[in-house]
Design a protein around this ligand. Structure first.
Ligand code: PRP
Length: 185
């Protein structure tokens, strides 16, 4: 597979390279294949950050899967959570009585998922679980169970593989650390 290998000068290091990500995603998919065997699953991709993760994860699933998208925003242009979570775009599927797996790129404060879980629980799914590629516990404000987790990371500002800084770097096939001197808040 040919993928971009360039490293923008704004990155101080590559934290998780593309191979490491893809291996772990395949492992997570195997867990899901076991746990949801024989069941239908709705994957809920939380835009925009988890777009790449969702696509790679679903390609590894040997299940009857529907995918839907929701857009939640808590950061805007800021690098730290504003604490104000809002729904920008709701999902389209009716999840009542369905198995739902929320797919996130990162859990940081936990505010986004805490809000989303409460909204989705009111719609009475058969089950509601969370799959996140990354967890950054350093600034956690709300404890919540991450049922399927790729990696726990230190307190870095990470970009790439869906994650952005001011809308850029989402296209990188790896997770990199943004040079902290560039962060402006
Ligand atoms: C990011 C990320 C998670 C959330 C995690 O989304 O994709 O959804 O923040 O942070 P939290 O645990 O502190 O709530 P963001 O609001 O930046 O939107 P984006 O995915 O479109 O970049």
């Amino acid at each position: 597979m040919t993928e971009a290998t360039y490293k923008p000068k704004e990155l101080s290091q590559i934290l998780l390279d593309a191979d490491t990500l893809q291996k772990r995603i395949a492992e997570l998919a195997q867990e899901l294949n076991r746990d949801y065997a024989g069941q239908e699953l709705i994957l809920l991709c939380v835009l925009k950050g988890s777009a790449l993760f969702t696509v790679d994860l679903m390609k590894n699933l040997d299940l009857r899967v529907a995918v839907d998208f929701i857009s939640i925003s808590s950061y805007g242009e800021a690098t730290k959570s504003t604490g104000v979570v809002k729904m920008v775009k709701d999902m389209e599927e009716d999840i009542k009585g369905k198995h739902v797996l929320v797919v996130e790129d990162i859990v940081d404060t936990g505010l986004t998922l805490d809000y989303l879980r409460r909204v989705l629980q009111m719609r009475e799914p058969a089950s509601l679980k969370i799959c996140s590629l990354l967890s950054k516990p350093a600034h956690r404000k709300v404890e919540l169970p991450i049922d399927y987790l790729g990696f726990t990371i230190e307190d870095y500002f990470v970009v790439g593989y869906g994650l952005d800084y001011k809308s850029f770097y989402r296209n990188l096939p790896y997770i990199g650390v943004l040079d902290p001197t560039l962060l402006d808040d």
